[in-house]
Design a protein around this ligand. Structure first.
Ligand code: PLP
Length: 472
């Protein structure tokens, strides 16, 4: 129980009557920690790929938090851009005004797509970007010259993650996070299988026939719902948090887009985690031969220097809304926040100035190679997969049956907490539910884009030692 001890207090509500054993903190700052009974390490500083705790431990940040801090910690160039913006104007309400930082960032983003996306809508978190994408898709069909208001269904994929508000939880399929709220999540989101070759590709099945099978499943889902009732298909271009770094197979997203186009539905690609350089190209869809109708971006956009995310919108959607009501029926207080936008502008300039995308590809290949060399034969590592600087290890009890560990063993979380011990001092991103939504532990590795060979070697070495301690 760490810092906490039990005490008996009166039940505060009738609903809690009888539940008399309460806990009281003996070291309580008032923060509601994610793990309520355990205060996490306190990070007081950072430098490059390292986080520094209040007792001076330097932790190798092999995950950039949640695949966020892609420039590493404390790049003075971004600090300066933030200070400069703060001194000009810290906040502007974007319902009434625009600001230069939002204008500049949107221009950078639109240009980065080669003009394929024609507008950027800037918000503060990945979840908000997903919510905005769903709302914009619905508005689009209502404002076509021949409106299609019957398009109220969304199709997404099992073991996907699209955010944590009620709308975005409904779109995703994070079983554990949805569990309590199932009864109030919309029933208009329907799920088809992930593209997950490690577990779902049949013995002897070719990539082409597996992809065709998944496309047929999507087609069948359209047919069962009524093809003209489907608003959009939503997918992570490369699966992240729930499934753990599974790149789409060649031709997969193209095949899924063809199904959408056949039935006039939109394709929403969620690149909150996989976008903005993480997989080796600025936009992960560039490697897939598809262009989405709507695209969400977040983590690598501002590299954690300020909360920021975005929705990139294809021209035909922008044109429809412009000719329709002329306003997006959605607004948030902090959208287009000048300080966040100034930070993100500078981050995006640095990614180009420092030529970081080739480093992501080169170091990513090196990371993948070392993981295979060091852990390929490990009896507990069932799958090693990834692209760019975004790799995952999936853990199994039995390599030939691919049997996962039971969730009660908390394998991924234990690997994460063990990694934080001073003898390893590495931050690893745990995930579970990948195998079937409930079972299946993995860790993700997502170092900064400017990482070095020496750091990659350290990451693989420390990770192997942590796995050895936890799984033997
Ligand atoms: N979409 C994807 C693909 C994500 O990976 C995440 C977060 O991990 C989200 C949406 C939600 O983003 P946020 O946590 O910034 O709200």
């Amino acid at each position: 129980m760490g810092d906490y001890q039990a005490e008996t207090i009166a039940s505060p509500t009738p609903a809690a009557a009888g539940n008399e054993l309460k806990v009281k903190s003996t070291n309580d700052s008032g923060v509601l920690y994610h793990q309520l009974r355990q205060k996490p390490l306190n990070i007081v500083g950072g430098r490059g790929s390292y986080l520094i705790t209040d007792d001076g431990l330097e932790i190798l940040d092999a995950t950039c938090g949640a695949a966020v801090s892609c420039l590493g910690h404390n790049d003075k160039r971004v600090h300066d851009a933030i200070m400069e913006q703060l001194q000009k104007i810290p906040y502007v309400y974007s319902l009434y005004f625009t600001n230069n930082a939002a204008e500049n960032l949107s221009r950078i983003l639109v240009d980065s797509t080669g003009g394929k996306m024609s507008r950027a809508f800037i918000v503060s978190s990945g979840t908000e970007a997903v919510e905005a994408s769903v709302k914009m898709a619905m508005q689009y069909f209502r404002e076509l010259s021949t409106p299609q208001p019957q398009r109220v269904n969304f199709i997404s994929r099992t073991q996907s993650y699209h955010g944590n508000t009620l709308g975005s939880l409904a779109v995703g399929h994070h079983v554990a996070r949805r569990a309590i709220y199932e009864s109030i999540l919309t029933k208009n989101v329907h799920h088809v299988s992930q593209c997950y070759p490690y577990r779902d590709m049949k013995e002897g099945e070719s990539t082409e026939s597996y992809v065709a099978r998944l496309a047929q499943e999507l087609e069948d889902k359209f047919q069962s719902l009524g093809p003209d009732t489907v608003c959009a298909f939503v997918a992570e271009t490369m699966s992240g948090a729930t499934l753990g770094c599974v790149p789409a197979l060649p031709g997969y997203l193209k095949a899924m887009k063809e199904v959408c186009e056949r039935h006039g539905a939109l394709l929403i690609l969620d690149e909150v985690m996989s976008g903005m350089g993480r997989t080796g190209t600025l936009h992960a869809w560039e490697q897939e031969g598809v262009v989405p109708d709507l695209q969400t971006i977040a983590k690598g956009l501002g590299a954690g220097y300020a909360p920021i995310a975005g929705l990139l919108v294809n021209k035909h959607v922008v044109d429809t809304l412009t000719l329709g009501t002329g306003a997006f029926a959605h607004s948030q207080t902090y959208q287009g926040h000048p300080v966040s936008c100034a930070a993100a502008c500078r981050v995006q300039q640095i990614i180009q100035e420092d030529n970081l995308l080739p480093n992501v590809r080169e170091m990513g290949e090196y990371l993948g190679r070392l993981l295979h060399e060091k852990l390929g034969d490990n009896p507990h590592v069932g799958d090693i997969r990834g692209r760019g600087l975004f790799w995952a290890l999936e853990f199994v009890q039995n390599k030939s049956t691919k049997e996962s560990y039971p969730p009660s063993k908390k394998v991924a979380w234990t690997i994460h907490t063990t990694g934080l011990k001073p003898e390893y001092a590495i931050s690893l991103m745990p995930g579970n539910g990948g195998a079937d939504g409930v079972n299946g532990d993995h860790i993700c590795l997502a170092p900064p884009y400017n990482t070095t060979k020496a750091e990659i070697e350290m990451i693989v070495d420390r990770t192997s030692k942590v796995i050895q301690e936890v799984l033997g």
